[in-house]
Design a protein around this ligand. Sequence first.
Ligand SMILES: [Fe+2]
Length: 295
Amino acid sequence: MSMMSAIDATTAAAHALRFRPLSKHIGCAVEGIDLRDEVPPAAAKAIYRAWLDHAVLLFRDQDLTQEDLIRVTGIFGEFAPLGRPKHTLPSGFSKLLPNIMLISNIRENGQTIGALPDGEMMFHHDTIHRDEPHKATLLYSVEIPTHGGDTLFASGTAAYDALEPAMKRKLDGRRAVNFYVYNSVKRDDKQAVDATSQAVHPAVRTHEETGRKALYVNRLMSVRIEGMEEAESEALLNALFDHSERAEFVYTHVWRKGDLIVWDNRCSSHARTDFPSDQRRLLLRTTVKGTCRPY
Ligand SMILES: [Fe+2]
């Protein structure tokens, strides 16, 4: 291919892209692209820009191999090291590439084949319990139950912007302690459990690329505000959780087979609704390494 026609192809691919916001504050569908094809640089740039603007991108009706998913993940950065549990391959799979994790409730010989198998999950930021949390997560749906298992995405940016000035001042410089408890997806008494891993981060995170501030605490993993009396910390956190989960800041995604979603973990949190345990659910997940500590 000559230099000229290569440029034409790139421009055409970028022009074919259409971006359609999914809600007022978060989420955008990207149309006019088949991710089995190499994504030209101009299109990749436009996609990345839309991702920064909307925090969550949805690509519908994709038919991706594991190799395609790996290639698309590269648009958003470098792979994060994966601490994946031992997987059993589901039927129809002859392999699982090293950077891909299975999210599934499927059981083979009585054992779950993937991670996060069953039921509801409260709002959380992936890996906020680590010093360098992941920048992004990609999730591609292979098998989806007839109903339930929706993913809710909440804009931490919109939630922060909507806070009263007094609350913004109160949070200024505050840090929160974030816990991870192995295999826990829902906790009622956070103080009673020992974290297997934890990290302290600012309660309001400034995004290193957009410069925008976002609420950076969540109901599943944030357990207390550093240096604050327990009762006050508990009341403040609960008020922040309630505020950040308000419907106006949330996009609810109802999955279809062939959906690829990528979310920005620095400025959004997500949750999962319950789904029938007797139906199969299988998604492939990749994660992108954070480029810095959140402070
Ligand atoms: Fe998650």
